[in-house]
Design a binder for this molecule. Structure first.
Ligand SMILES: Nc1ncnc2c1ncn2[C@@H]1O[C@H](COP(=O)(O)OP(=O)(O)OP(=O)(O)O)[C@@H](O)[C@H]1O
Ligand SMILES: [Mg+2]
Length: 144
């Protein structure tokens, strides 16, 4: 099942992220897909606020992984863009985060290959016809 939302502003994207937050449970992996500047980090930031992260969530482009205390679990935000494959992803502590029940948001999840668990969420953000418009598709990755 895929849900598709049309967003016409960063604020609308934030609302969609807040609604999505109600569905996410401890241990879920959320793969964020979309071109550069699509809004993956913006979506993660709004999600983080919705789940009780109080400190500012910055783009993990340079630090690769950031951890934040949310109300019920650890919120982990990764940007795998600069990594070459699953071995690099493991070295970021991937298995430890999952075994601790963290919610892990992953930008550029293709780098993680088979490490992405069955039933992970897929949030795909695409630019629309105007500068502020985005199409956001949310689904669960089916078992292989
Ligand atoms: N409808 C919208 N939804 C989300 N972001 C929007 C929207 N319209 C404009 N924007 C802007 O687009 C930019 C998205 O940047 P963001 O860093 O979130 O992208 P990204 O997908 O994480 O990119 P990167 O691949 O470089 O990490 C922000 O400046 C945001 O304000
Ligand atoms: Mg980003």
């Amino acid at each position: 099942m895929e849900s598709v939302f049309e967003s016409s502003s960063p604020e609308e994207t934030a609302k969609i992220a807040c609604e999505f937050a109600k569905l996410v449970r401890a241990g879920d992996v959320v793969c964020l897909e979309g071109d550069l500047g699509a809004g993956k980090t913006a979506f993660a930031q709004a999600f983080a606020r919705a789940v009780g992260v109080e400190e500012p969530v910055t783009s993990p482009t340079f630090c690769l992984v950031s951890e934040y205390a949310a109300r019920e679990w650890l919120f982990v935000h990764m940007d795998l863009y600069r990594l070459s494959g699953p071995d690099d992803v493991l070295s970021l502590g991937w298995e430890d985060y999952l075994s601790r029940g963290a919610v892990v948001f992953v930008e550029w999840p293709d780098r993680a290959g088979d490490l992405v668990p069955e039933n992970a969420w897929r949030v795909s953000i695409a630019h629309g016809s105007s500068p502020l418009s985005r199409t956001i598709s949310i689904s669960r990755i089916p078992a292989a």
